[in-house]
Design a protein around this ligand. Structure first.
Ligand SMILES: Nc1ncnc2c1ncn2[C@@H]1O[C@H](COP(=O)(O)OP(=O)(O)O)[C@@H](O)[C@H]1O
Ligand SMILES: N[C@@H](CC(=O)OP(=O)(O)O)C(=O)O
Length: 450
C-alpha cells in the first residue's frame, strides 16, 4: 500500500487535479492521498494558504474582509467549474470560508483554523471529484485519521499514541483523501504543523500504516544537486540517504519539509520524490542506506537569514563553564541556536535572524557582557550558509580545500567553516550578498564534468 502526497503546485488548477486523478487511478496501491491547499499556478500567483493568512490579518485588525473572502472563494470556484462539480461543492466551501470570520479572534487556535481551511476544503473538493469520476473515494478529516497533535499553534508535533489509531486506515476500502498540514489536539482544536507541513502529514500516515512507499509528488522531476532556481539544469539525484536529505532540507532544499523525514525513516518506509507533470519518471529515492558508493558531495544547499554572535576572550579555553554561560543566556531569552563554530579564544553562535528580535539581541549582549567580561562581543547579520552534503565525504580527502579554493577564485570571503563529527556535511558561512555566486562556484567545482 502506498501513501501519496500532492503539494500545492500539483493542485493549483483543475488541469493539475485531473493529472492527480490519473496518477491515483493508474496504480491501485495508491490508497491514501494527502493533499495540500491550491498552490501557485504561475510564478507570481498567490498560494491559498498565503491568502488565508492575509484574510486572518484583516479579520484580526478589523479591516474589510470581502476582498480576501472573494479572492479565496473564487480560487476554488474556478477549479469547481472547470471540473464540472455540482454547485453544492462550492456552496459548502463558500460557507466554510465565510464562517472563519465568526471564530473568536483571541483564541490561540483561530489562526491555525484559518490556515487549515486551505487543505480541508481542497480535500473535500478532490474527494468529490474522484467520486464523480467513478473512484471509490472518501474524505477523511485528520481527527478521524488519528492525527492527534500537541497544543503548539503553527508548530504542532504528533503525539506518539496517534500511531495506534492511524493503523485502522488500512481496513477502509475506499481511496482516502486526507487534508495535509494539520492535526487536532486532544481538546479538539485544529493545530497546524509549520509551513510546508503537508509533507509531514504524508510521512506520519506512511509510518502509521507501514506503507510500502511514501510518494511525494511535486513540480520537479526529483531532487537536484542544487536549487534549480539558482543553478541552471542541475544534476538530478537518483538516490539519497535520509541523513543526506535531512541536512539538505534543513539548509534550503525546500522541496521537502525537514520534519517530514523522521516518521518515514523510523518506520523504514522509503520515500520517493516524483513529478505530477511527469509521473513515469522514476524520481529521487530517499533510503536508509545507498546501494552504491557515491561521490564526495551529493548535493549543495544554501539558505539565508542567519546572524552571528561573536565572542572573543583571551584564554577562553581555560575558563570552565564559558560555553554553558553562553548557551544559558540564549536559553533564558528563548533564542534557539543553529551552529557554534569555535576557535581557541573565540566562538560564534549562529542563530536564525527571525528567531532573535531587536530586544532579545540587546538583552543578550547585556547579559553576556555581564557574565563573561569578553574582550570583544558583537552581533552581525545577513549571513548565508552553504552546505555541502554527502555520506561518502569522509572517504575523500580535500573536499574543504576544493570548496575553499573555488570560493577564493571567485573572490568570495569565507566568514566561518564548520563540520559536524558525522562528516555528512560541511558548512561555509558567507555574507548573504555572496550566497548565489558561492553556490555556483562550489557547484561547478564538484559537478561540472558530471
Ligand atoms: N534541490 C532541489 N531540487 C528540487 N527542487 C528544489 C530544490 N531546492 C529547492 N527546490 C524547489 O522546491 C520546489 C518544490 O517544492 P514545493 O514548492 O514545496 O512544492 P509543492 O507545491 O509540491 O509542495 C521546486 O519547484 C523547486 O523550485
Ligand atoms: N499549504 C501549506 C502546507 C503545505 O505543505 O503546502 P505545500 O505542499 O504547497 O508546500 C503551506 O503553504 O505551508
Amino acid at each position: 500500500m502506498k501513501v501519496v502526497k500532492f503539494g500545492g503546485s500539483s493542485l493549483a488548477s483543475a488541469e493539475q487535479i485531473q493529472k492527480v486523478f490519473d496518477i491515483i487511478k493508474n496504480d491501485s496501491e495508491r490508497r491514501i492521498v494527502v493533499v495540500s491547499a491550491p498552490g501557485k499556478r504561475m510564478k507570481d500567483d498567490v498560494k491559498v494558504t498565503d491568502a488565508l493568512i492575509a484574510y486572518y490579518q484583516a479579520y484580526k485588525h478589523q479591516e474589510d474582509l470581502s476582498v480576501h473572502q472573494e479572492w479565496i472563494i473564487e480560487r476554488y470556484r474556478i477549479i469547481c467549474t472547470e471540473l464540472n462539480l455540482d454547485d453544492s461543492v462550492i456552496t459548502d466551501i463558500q460557507k466554510n470560508i465565510l464562517s472563519l470570520a465568526l471564530l473568536p479572534v483571541e483564541n490561540r487556535f483561530t489562526y491555525d483554523t484559518f490556515l487549515a481551511a486551505g487543505e480541508n476544503n481542497n480535500a473535500k473538493l478532490i474527494a468529490e471529484y474522484f467520486k464523480v469520476k467513478g473512484l471509490n473515494s472518501r474524505y477523511v478529516h485528520p481527527q478521524d485519521a488519528g492525527i492527534i497533535v500537541t497544543s503548539d499553534p503553527s508548530n504542532a508535533q504528533l503525539l506518539k499514541t496517534s500511531y495506534k489509531k492511524i493503523k485502522y486506515l488500512t481496513e477502509l476500502d475506499e481511496i482516502l483523501i486526507v487534508p495535509g498540514f494539520f492535526g487536532v489536539t486532544e481538546q479538539g482544536n485544529v493545530c497546524t504543523f509549520s509551513r510546508g507541513g503537508s509533507d509531514i502529514t504524508g510521512s506520519i500516515l506512511a509510518a502509521g500504516i507501514k506503507a510500502d512507499v511514501y510518494e511525494n509528488f511535486t513540480d520537479v522531476d526529483g531532487i537536484f544537486a542544487a536549487h534549480p532556481g539558482i543553478i541552471r539544469n542541475p544534476h538530478a539525484i537518483v538516490e539519497l540517504t535520509y541523513r543526506e536529505m535531512r541536512e539538505l532540507a534543513y539548509s534550503g532544499f525546500s522541496v521537502l519539509h525537514d520534519e517530514a523525514l523522521v516518521p518515514a525513516y523510523r518506520a523504514h518506509v522509503p520515500l520517493i520524490i516524483k513529478n505530477t507533470n511527469n509521473p513515469d519518471y522514476p524520481g529521487t529515492r530517499i533510503v536508509t542506506k545507498r546501494s552504491t558508493k557515491g561521490a564526495p558531495v551529493v548535493g549543495i544547499a544554501s539558505s539565508s537569514g542567519f546572524s552571528s554572535i561573536y565572542i572573543n576572550k583571551y584564554l577562553m579555553n581555560r575558563e570552565v563553564g564559558f560555553g554553558r554561560r553562553v548557551l544559558s543566556a540564549l536559553e533564558n531569552l528563548g533564542i534557539r541556536f543553529e551552529h557554534m563554530p569555535t576557535g581557541i579564544d573565540d566562538m560564534s553562535v549562529i542563530v536564525r535572524s527571525k528567531y532573535m528580535n531587536k530586544q532579545q539581541e540587546k538583552a543578550l549582549i547585556d547579559n553576556l557582557t555581564e557574565s563573561l567580561h569578553p574582550d570583544e562581543l558583537y552581533v552581525e547579520h545577513d549571513f548565508s550558509i552553504i552546505m555541502l552534503v554527502g555520506e561518502d565525504m569522509k572517504e575523500h580527502a580535500g573536499v574543504a580545500a576544493r570548496a575553499s579554493r573555488a570560493l577564493a577564485v571567485h573572490g568570495i570571503s569565507i566568514a566561518m567553516i564548520s563540520q559536524g563529527a558525522s562528516e555528512v556535511s560541511l558548512m561555509f558561512i558567507v555574507k548573504e550578498k555572496d550566497e548565489k555566486e558561492a553556490l555556483r562556484a562550489i557547484y561547478d567545482e564538484f559537478f561540472f564534468e558530471i
